[in-house]
Structures are given as structure tokens and as C-alpha cells.
Design a protein around this ligand. Sequence first.
Ligand code: PLP
Length: 434
Amino acid sequence: MPDHTEQSAKLFDRASTVTPGGVNSPVRAFRAVGGVPRFMASGDGCHMTDVDGNRYLDLVSSWGPLLLGHAHPEVIAAVQAAVARGTSYGTPTETEVLLGEEIVARTPVDKVRLVSSGTEATMSALRLARGFTGRAKIVKFAGCYHGHVDALLAQAGSGVLTLGIPGTPGVTEATTADTIVLPYNDQAAVTAAFAEYGDQIAALITEASPGNMGVVPPRDDFNAFLAKICKDNGALFVSDEVMTGFRITRSGWYGVDGVRPDLMTFGKVMGGGFPAAAFGGRADVMAHLAPEGSVYQAGTLSGNPVATTAGLTTLRLATDEVYAKLDETSLTVQRLVSTALDKEGVPHVISAAGNLFSVFFVESSEGSAEIRDFTGANAQVLPRFTAFFHAMLDAGVYLPPSAFEAWFVSAAIDDDALSELESALVPAARAAAA
Ligand code: PLP
């Protein structure tokens, strides 16, 4: 049971002197929940061990990539063999071709370009959409995160239609002036935006099923509606599957609703724990990308041989049986959480999209309390999550340190791990009730 954090605290102090906030990606700092972020030393299967020797059941899975769990022996062996051959050549390699073929086989994209992060994927997809259409405006939804692309860091205000206002200092108004931010799952708002700006919109980008305001799935026909309104207006429909791709099904959320986008973005699972991501789509659109076309896009480490080996090995191991197991495990975890919270009378809603889910501590858990947009996600009682999170951590379960994140199960979770979870939930539910 994690009861000492001295080494993590020391490392955090040292990290804070050389790195802003002591972390290299903000949510890792525990700012939303308080306390000392745990510095991990190793991982095996569904567990991680920190520098103080505390062992945790991991329900974050590196924010999605570790579909198979930590240090999967076949992934490690393939990576070791790749590293021994060389780490980067700055030339094409066979593994890039194999990973490209695997992605094309699993998804509706005709062609794909490999990059190193999800941010690069969405940034490049939008540049391509603008180059292809000759238009400037981009539509996005409040609460959808597409990486830290300047033009996409515009937050929503209230009202039906909010023209982009930069969500962070350092992003100029000029950069977001062409970004239109709309409420999620709101067809009327989308219709109004296209009525006003239809001939100026290059692309609409959406998370295929949002997971960055917590898990908030699309209403049944929402993605089909988005694809159609884009087509009718000559705009491209860009589906961001960085989080959902190769996680929810063999392809991603596409495997659930079958709505064919013009462009898609991928990341996380396809890198197998290494920096690899991609964007792809219609052959006629992708043909506009350099060197075939004139829209420039490049990367020194794009298609890196070690990263593509990790991704390819992970995808090859991600069989239908693995997806069935992930679904079953996710349902069991959801059931255990709900049962524990119900027992302590803690109001909550579990919102799921395939094996991705979030626990929302909203006051009303009546049937009508489905979370459908950013406003709904924001109605949470955050202190309940904080208490729950820390009690889980103390009991050896690592959850996302924010109430606005998805929980990620891995195929390495077994019955023993589920028993650990069940025990941890007893004090955690009590803490959330207090
Ligand atoms: N798009 C979505 C849907 C994401 O969830 C993320 C990251 O969480 C990104 C894009 C950005 O990916 P990265 O962090 O690799 O830049």
C-alpha cells in the first residue's frame, strides 16, 4: 500500500527547478487533485512501481497507448531488436510501410502519413484541409482536445456560436480568428454555423467520440450528420481518433458508427508507447501533400524505426480477442465502481464509449443525467473526485489525476487486479461520500 512518497517528493523538487511545474506535460503535476505526483520507475502488465517502491494498478495506461499493458514481452523483444539495428536513418524503412499498410487495412483511410505526436497529426490534417479547399475557417467543439495546436486551443464561450477566443496566452487572436467553437452534440449550432460561414469552412474537426472532457459519446446520428453537412458545404470532415483509434475496436470509433471521414488522425495505441502518430484519408486529398502535392509537411523522426516497430507489434497483437477482453474488463471495472459508489450513496454517472469510460460525480444520477456536452461534464462535484482519487491512490490504484479524463483499461488486467480494485474501492467510495 503506498504510504511513503519521499523519493517522488525529492524528484519533484528537483524537477521543479529545471522544468516549469516540475513536469513535461501539465496534467501529470496533480494540480487538479493536489499532492505529490508519483515518479514511476517501472511497469509490468497492468501495474506500475514508483521510485519509493509503491505498486499501483494502472488505469491510465500512459493516457491510452498501452493497450496491452506495460512491458509486453513481444513488444519489448521487437523494440530491442530494432534498437540493436539502429535508432534512426533519416531514410524510408520497411517498418513504416508495414505500419502504413496495417493502418490502411484497419481503417477507411486510403493513404496515411506518419508523424510523431497527435498534435502534429491534427495540425497537419488541418493545414492539408485548408490547402485542399483553399478556405480558412475551422470548426471545432467545446471540450474536444486535439493537442496543443494554436488554432485549436480556442475555448467555447456560451451561446449557440462562439467565434474563437484564444484559450491560452501566447495564442494570438489572429491565430484563432478562423476557429469556430460550437457546443458538442448540438446539431442546431452546427447548422447555424454552416448557414453563416459554409463557403469559408475548410474543415470541421471532432473527436470521433470525445474523451477529453471526460467520456462524452456522440448522439447516435451526430457524426453522420457532421459528415453530411461538411459534404453539402464542400468542407472536409476530420475525425480525430488519436485517443479512440485502435483502442475501441480494431479501427477505433469508426468500427462503432461506420461514418467515413475525409481525413482521420491517429496516435497513442499506434505508437505502442513510443512517439508515433499519423493522419490519413481520401487519396485525392492526401495527394495534395508534399512531395506529391504542394502542402508542406515533414519530420526528422517521422516514421522512426523503433517507434514504428513498437506500434506495428502492438497492433499485430491487438486481435479481436483482445478487444473482446478490453470490453469485458471495462464493463467489470465500471460495475465495480458503480456498486461501490451506490453502496455509499455517492451520486455519479458512468459515461462510456466502448471500453473508454469516465466516472462523473454529478449530483443527480437519475436516468436523465446523461453527459452530452462540456456543460454537462462541468456540472461535477470536483471535491468528491479529489477525495476518491486520493483514496484510490493510497489504496494502490492509479487513476487519471483529473475529473475530466477517460479511464484506460489494458488487456493485462486480470482477475487478481480486479480483486485489488474491488478492495480499493471500499475506502475510496467512503471518501467520496464524506
Ligand atoms: N487528439 C486527441 C483526441 C487526444 O486525446 C490527444 C492527446 O491526448 C491529442 C489529439 C494530442 O496528442 P499528443 O498528446 O500525442 O500530441
